[in-house]
Design a protein around this ligand. Structure first.
Ligand code: 1GP
Length: 249
C-alpha cells in the first residue's frame, strides 16, 4: 500500500513542531532479506522516523527486493538514498535526488540525474532535490572513492556554508552534510550550527554517529534529520538506547 502523504511536507511539519527526525540507513549490499523482519521489530519500537536505503556498490535489483520486504514490515516512509541509478525503484516512497555539490565531478552534478529520467518517468516516487556535501572526516570514504571527488575540509566552514547556500539558491529542498559511512569523526557541531543558521531548508547530518550523546549533540547543534547506518550494522543493541519511551530531548 503506497503512503500518499508528501514526505517532504511532513518533514517540514515535523520541524515546525520541533520534532527530531532519525533516519536508519540500510545498505542493500550489507543487509540480507532474511534479516528484515527481526531488524524492523527493533526499528519500529525505536525513535526512528524514516528509513533510508542505498549504498555505494549495490547489485542490480537488490534494492528493489529489499525495499519491497521492508515495506512489509514497517509503516515508516522508505526513502531512496541511491549511490547509483540502478538503485531507483518504485517500491520506495521517495527519492533523495542527490547532487554532490561538494565535488566537481559532472556525473554526480548532472550526469546521473539525466541518466535516471528514463526510469523516473515510470515511477510515482516523490523526488526531493538534495544538496549532498561530503566533508572530510578522518578516513577515505566510499563516496569519495566511487565519485572520485575530494571531500571539503571540516575546518573550512566558510566554504562549507557558501556551498550550502549555493545549493539552496539552486533550488535544493534538503541539504545533507555527510562525513561518510563509518566516518571516524562525525560532522562537528560548530559546522552543523553555522550551516543551519544560514539555511532555510532542512538540514540532514550523517556519518560516524555511534552513540546517543553524538546524536543529541547533532540535534542540539541544529540537525533536523540525523542518519545512522553503521552503528546498527555493528551493534543492534543500540536500538535499546533509542526506544520510543527514552526519547532524547
Ligand atoms: C552514510 O551518513 C550515512 O551515508 C550514515 O553514516 O553509516 O557512519 O552511520 P554511518
Amino acid at each position: 500500500m503506497k503512503k500518499k502523504k508528501s514526505i517532504y511536507q511532513s518533514i517540514l511539519k515535523s520541524i515546525t513542531d520541533k520534532n527530531r527526525l532519525l533516519a536508519i540507513l540500510i545498505d542493500p549490499d550489507k543487509f540480507s532479506i532474511e534479516h528484515v523482519e527481526g531488524f524492523f521489530k527493533k526499528v519500529n519500537q525505536s525513535i526512528a522516523t524514516h528509513i533510508f536505503v542505498g549504498g555505494s556498490t549495490v547489485e542490480p535489483n537488490a534494492t528493489e527486493i529489499l525495499v519491497s520486504e521492508i515495506q512489509n514490515h514497517t509503516k515508516l516512509p522508505v526513502v531512496l538514498f541511491p549511490g547509483d541509478v540502478t538503485q531507483i525503484t518504485d517500491k520506495a516512497d521517495a527519492l533523495l535526488f542527490l547532487s554532490l555539490i561538494s565535488g566537481r565531478n559532472p556525473d554526480y552534478l548532472i550526469g546521473k540525474h539525466v541518466e535516471s529520467v528514463s526510469k523516473l518517468r515510470h515511477t510515482n516516487l516523490e523526488v526531493i532535490p538534495t544538496g549532498y556535501m561530503l566533508i572530510e572526516s578522518g578516513n577515505e570514504t566510499a563516496v569519495q572513492r566511487v565519485t572520485k571527488t575530494k571531500p571539503m575540509p571540516m575546518n573550512n566552514t566558510e566554504q562549507i556554508i557558501d556551498t550550502a547556500i549555493a545549493g539552496e539558491l539552486l533550488g535544493m529542498k534538503l541539504l545533507y552534510l555527510e562525513a561518510g559511512s563509518g566516518a571516524i569523526n562525525p560532522i562537528l557541531e560548530d559546522v552543523i550550527s553555522k550551516t543551519k543558521k544560514t539555511l532555510k531548508i532542512p538540514l540532514i547530518v550523517g556519518g560516524g554517529i555511534r552513540h546517543k550523546k553524538q546524536l543529541e549533540n547533532a540535534y542540539n547543534a541544529g540537525a533536523d534529520i540525523v542518519v545512522i547506518g553503521t552503528a546498527f550494522e555493528e551493534d543492534e543493541s543500540f536500538f535499546e538506547e533509542l526506544k520510543k519511551n527514552k526519547e532524547t530531548r
